[in-house]
Write a protein that binds this ligand. Sequence first.
Ligand code: ADP
Ligand code: ZN
Length: 748
Amino acid sequence: MAEPSLKKDPHEAVRFAEVAVPRHVFQTFTYRLSAEQSSQAQVGARVIVPLGRNLVTGYIVDLRDEVPVELEDIEIKDAETLVDTNPVCTPEILQLARWVAEYYACPVGEVIKAALPPGVSNATSSVKPKLRRFVRLLSSANEQKLTGAQRRVIATLETDGPMPLQSLLQSADVSASTISSLEKKGLVEAYAEAVRRDPLSEDLGLKSEAHTLTRAQASVLAQIEQQMNSETYSAFLLHGVTGSGKTEIYMRAMDKALKLGRSAMMLVPEIALTPVFSRGLRARFGDQVAIFHSSLQKGERFDEWTRVRNGDARVVIGTRSAVFAPVKNLGLIVVDEEHESSYRQQESPYYNARDVAIVRAQQASATVVLGSATPSLESFHNARKGKYQLLTLPERIAARPMATARIIDMRTVFARHGKPKVFSDELLEAIRETHDRQEQSIILLNRRGYSSFILCRSCGETVQCPNCDVTLTYHRSERVIVCHYCNHREAVPRVCPACGKKYIYYVGEGTEQLEEMLKLLFPALRVARIDRDTTARRKVFEQSLADFSAGRIDTLVGTQMLAKGHDFPNVTLVGVVSVDAGLALPDFRSAERTFQLITQVAGRAGRGDRPGRVLIQTYHPYHYALRHACAQDYEHFYDEELRYRQNHSYPPFVALASLLVHGPDLGRVRSDSLELRKQLDLANQERKCRILGPAPAPLSRLKGEHRFQLLIKSRSRKHLREVADTAMKAVEINPRSINLEIDPVSIM
Ligand code: ADP
Ligand code: ZN
């Protein structure tokens, strides 16, 4: 006897769609499709579905003919509208999104949403192509009686072919009514056609200057091209000092991809950098370039994305989310400044675009090139282990010397004056000299992070956690210093625990004060300031950079964002006012970050014909990150940092996950995080992981929410995930109030 069929009417061919929704929920939902929807639905298409009391845009991740057994007794809702017959999420992007969801333990619906441009991810506020009216000739029909104006229209269309309505009205010098009367006679036709919103439209007519490669560049490029020829997955780490000509290599490699009939993608860390790069790319590759970053208008993004999906654009440049661009037949991915933490998304889904790029290259059998003057420890480690092929460019183009860097010991400056100084005599003298020579200077204040710490001005000591070897953070309200990893706490010492002197203070001067002080000290110096406050207003930021570039400003004061990418040939002095705030951040990556910052900033000095110098003010003159940065010695820094990571069990020697519990009620957050710790311990009975916390997060209160954090470390990524996943399932806390981050880039 045949089994009774689940389907009511086999002729109706109703199907069921498994739908991922763009919410922080881990399950997918089953919906019933109508017969018509069923015949058109494809995996990857958007579908509007009821969820709770709302209608949301979901994405079909699976289609099936029958209801899954476990849902047989549950009422299944109908899908509202099938949005696409041509799925927005291509199979390749869906596969990538699935990997991201799995690896970073986040909902696939959230990943797909992040992968699509904003005007596409949400079908109810969808962006549409921009249409323009065109007119074309249907017949010239000479025998008809026509007015002079009508004849001019016909004649114009006969010579110039179909054209936009507006241009036609101008060329033929007629009004719109002339066109409509011709339309009525059946002689012309007006129709709508999509026109492209081009983010680079103002920059046409740029010239590209391809350089003749230096021998070092040619050798690096040859190795990349050789791998590209094989059309299999390969990965390179290009370690080239600042100004060594990495960009030219990226361009050539992208050109190679096109010659092989494939596409190319280049990721860049900062929006501020994309205009420069993308104009260069436009000059080089013309209309083939599509550009992706968040300050484009929705319509521009939609059009760029559409051009990529249709295969009209084969070179993509963009920030983080561009890694999901639906490029066809991808042959090359370049990740410039691969060490940058902006590749990490700071909200769920917490993915790192550099790592997604590696996986995408594997899936596409493409070549990936990670480039940096200061590779991340993880990438360099991977290169040493042979996972990436290491390429190096140890010298600057045209044998320009690297800037000389010098450490200024602020303890001596303090002793000399008997009181703390913001600017050392040495730095002030250097600013004066530079100005006298009509050269420019950059003054940088490293204030990444928000937490204060205490420091002895006499010996430079900061107070460290006895368990974790990170700096303890000062909590003003309670007058205690706390470890944000393990919650060790102690009272603020009255005297320095190392030297016994009483010159304890906590750190913090702002860029505004620096600017004011310089203006007072040097009335003739033209000073401007750039930091987070001013960059919120992008125009002001761009104007300041333009003024500086044109020599209308002598000295630019700002935070670490000044360290990146900019090319000002007349800058011969960079002063770093306080590097200590960055060194003391309660994060195991603080030394690495500081090393990168100093190296990058040194790369800003002396890019023209005159050599540059860098002065670094610090109370830690012997810190290894500073010593190696001054010596421009990446490899020795790497070796020393790697030992630190090994001794204290930090990545790349362990896999790391952080769990942040947050909410408006302190008591609740505390008890929830203790409950989470309990579940983690239960899941970790075999002790394959080390669990730390809960402790208040360094930003212990943010946007009205209290925040506690736990860390999981394990030599085995598999065990780490098992413990985290088991605990997350068992714990009875709303998943929205726990942020689980795999491989966090900073623990703040
Ligand atoms: P990086 O990205 O490695 O810091 P850039 O790509 O910015 O270095 O190159 C530094 C400078 O050298 C740029 O002004 C660039 O135009 C120039 N340059 C690059 N390659 C060559 C070359 N082969 N010949 C002459 N100049 C070059
Ligand atoms: Zn600790």
